[in-house]
Design a protein around this ligand. Structure first.
Ligand code: HEC
Ligand code: HEC
Length: 204
């Protein structure tokens, strides 16, 4: 064996040993920080998944029917346009003489196809329409986080709204012939709180 060849082999052995030592050091040093970062990542993934679960409620007719893409409320489990050409109007309370409160009371009127009711029954106004219809989970999530689109609310304000607002609460006592949303109210609120507490991350 030539001298320079022996030297090269020795150098290789040294390089291999050094990189092995570095790799071991990285693993040892990592044990302190890795779990914390992994936990944060898991919390964020959980929060994002929680929004995905809550999304099924927002897309349900009991919520969607008052958050339409167009200028008319929708009705029924098939989300058809509201009968009698009812329109949003300037304030969300109806157009001209056809006001929501002409027919919708502060509580449901008993019987199938009778007007449902809750205090202040109306649509969001045209300047702040809060559209749910046709939005993906990611789009809706970003809308909830944007004060210019959510009525000037903080995330805490959005959570407060879904916990306390009479129109949201109505979704779980919608009257005869109307199905409630797919999650219970408690499950829905818990998912939205998990989303908020996990930093309100949005799906794609
Ligand atoms: C009768 C119509 C009506 C129904 C039914 C309704 N909403 Fe709304 N919703 C509104 C109006 C009007 C506003 C705006 C009121 C405000 O800002 O105070 C609003 C605002 C919201 C907001 C905050 C605004 C945003 O988009 O950031 C959320 C969240 C919301 N609704 C969720 C729901 C959920 C969940 C349901 C079903 C369980 C539901 N709504 C059912 C009329 C309705
Ligand atoms: C002329 C009476 C009348 C007026 C005015 C009216 N509604 Fe209705 N609305 C009804 C009746 C009746 C039903 C129930 C229809 C059924 O169950 O077949 C209904 C159903 C609905 C539903 C469906 C609820 C669901 O989840 O299926 C929504 C949402 C709604 N109205 C919103 C409004 C809004 C918002 C306004 C004002 C912009 C309004 N309505 C004005 C009579 C009216």
């Amino acid at each position: 064996m030539q001298r320079h060849e022996v030297k090269r082999r020795r150098r290789w052995r040294w390089v291999t040993a050094a990189s092995l030592a570095l790799a071991v050091a990285a693993v040892v040093a990592g044990t302190g920080e890795e779990p914390a970062r992994a936990a944060a990542r898991a919390e964020e993934a959980g929060a994002r998944a929680a929004f995905g679960a809550a999304y099924a409620v927002f897309m349900h007719p009991r919520c969607l029917n008052c958050h339409p893409a167009g200028e008319q409320p929708l009705q029924g489990d098939d989300s058809r346009p509201h009968a009698q050409n009812v329109q949003r109007g300037r304030t969300g309370n109806g157009k001209y003489a056809l006001k929501c409160s002409n027919c919708h009371q502060t509580a449901n009127v008993a019987g199938r196809h009778m007007p449902p009711g809750a205090p202040n029954w109306h649509l969001p106004p045209p300047g702040m329409p809060m559209v749910f219809e046709g939005k993906t989970a990611g789009e809706l999530c970003r809308q909830f986080k944007d004060p210019a689109e959510n009525g000037g609310k903080t995330i805490a304000g959005v959570i407060h709204h879904i916990e306390e607002d009479p129109l949201v609460l109505w979704g779980w006592s919608p009257g005869e012939g109307r199905t409630p949303p797919p999650l219970s109210r408690a499950e829905f609120v818990a998912k939205m709180k998990q989303w908020a507490d996990g930093g309100a991350p949005c799906p794609e």
